[in-house]
Design a protein around this ligand. Structure first.
Ligand SMILES: [Zn+2]
Length: 353
């Protein structure tokens, strides 16, 4: 299909929320003026983005939909985490892993595909998922990549180095899993020019795609480059048709990215990953908590608190500023928003947003 003919008509994607397990966050580590005892069990949401493209699979089949996942939630089997990760996860209990992202794809939201064994899965994680984009590689977003045996993984620049070597004393290698992602099916987005992290030590470095790569990516990959859009300094047009944008969203963890999905003529959904863990921070009602880092300093849940605040400022002005045009509506959903989950069960797969 010629790109030019595609461009002449607006292309939309469909977005469905998926349950990817739950974890429990002590409020004092996340928001200012918190009740020191309060803990909230929150979801780690995944999202299915369906793009109306055609693809040639290894068997030569044509498909009318590309299925892309944004984040994979919590690993189904906690034993799959490293020892240090399990020690950290012990402080986030209760943790639930059923349904995880794969089960949510097969069964749909509670009750929608109860006869899975008779009717088959709604979507088969091993066969039907073409692409996975991870907002970042913290344990509660990385899920079980091996479930997605035919998917290509796309992650922020520096992510593979971070998984292998960690990044400084607060982000030691033992808190990551080097062999988490299939190297031959993983690509990093291009490095962001003038990245806010600069050239300081311990910043994870970009890893080039293997020459022998088995990644399957849309043709737009050749033209992937970060450009400013609507107040964001670095945005990449994933499919090359303005239906799905990857937004560089620094601050939380090296390589952190968001997605902006065009779901209608005048409607966008902004998937904010871990830009904040409580929407009250985005809307300015609360601030990012600081706490003792155990090494003589203070830290937040973000790798760079100042950068995280600037990213939130950009999201807030983007949403409030009608940046995509007059009367264009943008809905923001963060990965751990339990209130949104409760109020939007009908928008979980096989429903859509
Ligand atoms: Zn995180």
């Amino acid at each position: 299909m010629a790109v030019a003919s595609q461009m002449s008509q607006a292309v939309f994607v469909t977005v469905s929320a998926l349950d990817g397990g739950h974890l429990t966050l002590p409020e004092r580590l996340f928001v200012t003026d918190a009740d020191p005892e309060k803990r909230a069990t929150v979801p780690s949401l995944s999202f299915l983005v369906q793009h109306p493209s055609t693809q040639t699979s290894s068997g030569g089949d044509r498909k009318s939909t590309t299925n892309l996942l944004f984040d994979l939630g919590v690993k189904r089997d906690i034993q799959g985490y490293t020892g240090a990760q399990q020690a950290h996860i012990a402080q986030r209990q209760p943790v639930t892993t059923d349904p995880d992202c794969a089960a949510s794809l097969r069964r749909g939201v509670a009750g929608s595909n109860t006869e899975e064994h008779d009717r088959g899965p709604l979507l088969d994680p091993a066969k039907d998922i073409d692409l996975v984009i991870l907002s970042h590689v913290h344990w509660d977003h990385i899920g079980t990549p091996s479930d997605f045996a035919s998917a290509t993984f796309a992650v922020g620049s520096g992510t593979l180095d971070l998984l292998k070597n960690g990044a400084g004393p607060l982000y030691p290698a033992e808190l990551f899993n080097d062999d988490e992602l299939p190297r031959s099916r993983t690509v990093e987005f291009p490095p962001v020019p003038g990245s806010i992290y600069g050239a300081a030590l311990q910043i994870p470095q970009h890893t080039a795609t293997l020459l022998s790569t088995q990644t399957k990516l849309p043709p737009s990959t050749q033209e992937w480059s970060w450009r400013p859009l609507a107040g964001f300094p670095a945005v990449l047009d994933f499919f090359g048709d303005q239906s799905l944008f990857v937004i560089d969203s620094p601050g939380h963890l090296y390589g952190h990215v968001n997605l902006l999905a065009r779901v209608g003529e005048r409607r966008y959904i902004y998937l904010g990953g871990d830009c904040c863990h409580d929407p009250r921070i985005l809307w300015g009602e609360k601030d990012i908590a600081l706490y003792d880092d155990g090494k003589g300093g203070v830290r937040s849940v973000h790798v760079d608190t100042g950068a995280a605040k600037r990213t939130l400022d950009q999201i807030r002005s983007f949403v409030n500023g009608e940046s995509m045009g007059k009367g264009v509506e943008v809905e923001v959903v963060m990965a751990h928003d339990g209130v949104w989950r409760e109020q939007n069960r009908h928008r979980f797969w096989p429903g859509n947003m």
